[in-house]
Design a protein around this ligand. Structure first.
Ligand SMILES: Cc1cc2nc3c(=O)[nH]c(=O)nc-3n(C[C@H](O)[C@H](O)[C@H](O)COP(=O)(O)OP(=O)(O)OC[C@H]3O[C@@H](n4cnc5c(N)ncnc54)[C@H](O)[C@@H]3O)c2cc1C
Length: 430
């Protein structure tokens, strides 16, 4: 029997170092580089500023450490990554400095599992080194949450696949060296058997970016990083198909499962940062003769926030522990990932709102980072699938362990249970 909530002392020492490094060296980047491509665009000034910090993470052997040693990581697994990410999540730049940023971390896993030796040499190594960016493109303008509506098709023509169709919200497409594109390769079977993932190199003729959307009203229109793509007779070599034809969703699971739990781990970091701000604020602000911290209505907010964050954090770490235990995205793991994916925007919404509220006008001003945190919440309810779809997964999986009552009344109907209980213990009443 082993059941522990402790971090071993060696790893705790590393976490303490990561914490100081994040606060002192990484968080200031958030105040200087605010472009929509930061921190992912390798050609941005932010990338130059990050380069020495990445080297420090590599020298400390903390680079991409969720990956196995064969991919240049330490093979730490998801629990350790979770503990790291809840520190790195304090900054937009944290994951990139430590080589575990989305979507590149998941794309690297797909290439590692399914790429040819040439593809690995050309794309995987530079991606793992943090020198190039990559894109995962699945959503279509008419269809996101329901893949059965996908229309972007690839047809085999000799030694090539020819792609036609559109993709939507392909993050980082405009500065990625390659895109992993989900396409329909057999429209005559259900989509989960008829979709495949194809690698498309940047500048391949026939692929164009119609425009780049941004999340939020913060940049000039068209200056975002989420590409609206059109493929017109876009021809790629046959070996660019990753995995078996028709296995696109199986291949995608390699990254989507991990990606969803990593969003949650980073969200723990955001929540803890917000909690720190809340506590400092209520101890500092005085009104009607006492600190906010002394008012019971504030104390309730502190208690609720503390409890919600702890519950969420333990659920995230439990899910990470399950992934490490089973080493695959089995039904149990998928249920927990779906549960925390759906919980993420909800807990952020409640906590960040409370913290903003306690800061009054300052909370919603551009002089504290709370409005940025707030603006990111809606995307966490949609990216990698909307909450509703994940809740459906949770409910269906939970219900698999139950059966309908055999009779008219439930199995826990007291009259029948009492009759049985009386037969067993009733004689003691005599
Ligand atoms: C910041 C950001 C980055 C993204 N990056 C990428 C990327 O790199 N690559 C990529 O392929 N995609 C990306 N996406 C797209 C994302 O995966 C989709 O937004 C998501 O799958 C939902 O699809 P949709 O936007 O078309 O919404 P829709 O499918 O139109 O859903 C809209 C709403 O309808 C409701 N709904 C949908 N299905 C159900 C259901 N079954 N039951 C009940 N209600 C339902 C929900 O309220 C849902 O939010 C990104 C999105 C965001 C916000």
């Amino acid at each position: 029997m082993s059941w522990s909530f402790e971090t071993d002392s060696d790893f705790q020492a590393q976490l303490d170092w990561i914490d100081t490094f994040t606060r002192e060296e990484i968080e200031p980047l958030d105040l200087v580089f605010r472009g929509p491509g930061d921190p992912w665009d390798p050609a941005s000034p932010a990338a130059r500023a990050m380069a020495p910090l990445k080297q420090i993470a590599k020298d400390k052997r903390l680079w991409a450490c969720h990956l196995g040693p064969e991919l240049g990581g330490q093979g730490y697994g998801q629990v350790k990554l979770g503990l790291m990410n809840e520190i790195l999540g304090r900054s937009r730049f944290g994951p990139s400095v430590f080589g575990c940023q989305a979507p590149d971390s998941g794309n690297a896993e797909i290439l590692a599992h399914f790429g040819t030796p040439q593809q690995k040499k050309k794309f995987l190594q530079p991606l793992l080194d943090g020198n190039i960016a990559s894109c995962y493109s699945m959503t279509e303008p008419q269809a996101g949450a329901d893949p059965a509506e996908f229309e972007c098709i690839a047809t085999r023509d000799g030694d090539s696949w020819v792609i036609n169709g559109e993709k939507w919200f392909a993050s980082h497409a405009r500065f990625s060296e390659f895109l992993l594109v989900m396409v329909v390769t057999n429209p005559d079977v259900p989509i989960h058997q008829g979709a495949s993932i194809i690698l498309v190199e940047k500048d391949t003729p026939g692929m164009e970016i119609l425009r780049n959307s941004a999340v939020g009203p913060y940049v000039e229109q068209g200056d975002g990083v989420h590409g609206y793509l059109r493929f017109t007779d876009c021809r790629v070599p046959a070996e660019n198909l990753l995995g078996e034809e028709g296995q696109g969703f199986l291949v995608a699971q390699t990254r989507l499962g991990g990606g969803r739990v990593h969003h949650a781990m980073r969200s723990v970091g955001v929540l803890k940062k917000a909690m720190d701000m809340m506590c400092e604020r209520v101890l500092s602000r005085t009104t009607k003769g006492e600190r906010l911290a002394d008012k019971q209505l504030t104390q309730e907010k502190i208690a609720d926030t503390y409890t919600q964050i702890l519950q969420y954090r333990l659920h995230v770490l439990y899910t990470a522990w399950l992934i490490d235990k089973y080493k695959e995205y089995n039904r149990e793991v998928r249920k927990e990932i779906a549960a925390i994916k759906a919980a993420t925007p909800k807990v952020l919404q409640e906590v960040i709102y409370r913290v903003m509220h306690l800061h009054g006008s300052l909370g919603m001003s551009d002089e504290v980072p709370l409005m940025n945190m707030w603006a990111n919440i809606p995307e966490l309810g949609v990216v990698d699938g909307p909450s509703e779809v994940h809740k459906i997964t949770v409910a269906r999986t939970v219900l698999r362990d139950y059966e309908a009552a055999p009779g008219l009344f439930p199995t826990y109907h007291t009259p029948a249970l009492r009759e049985k209980a009386m037969a067993k213990y009733g004689h003691f009443l005599d």
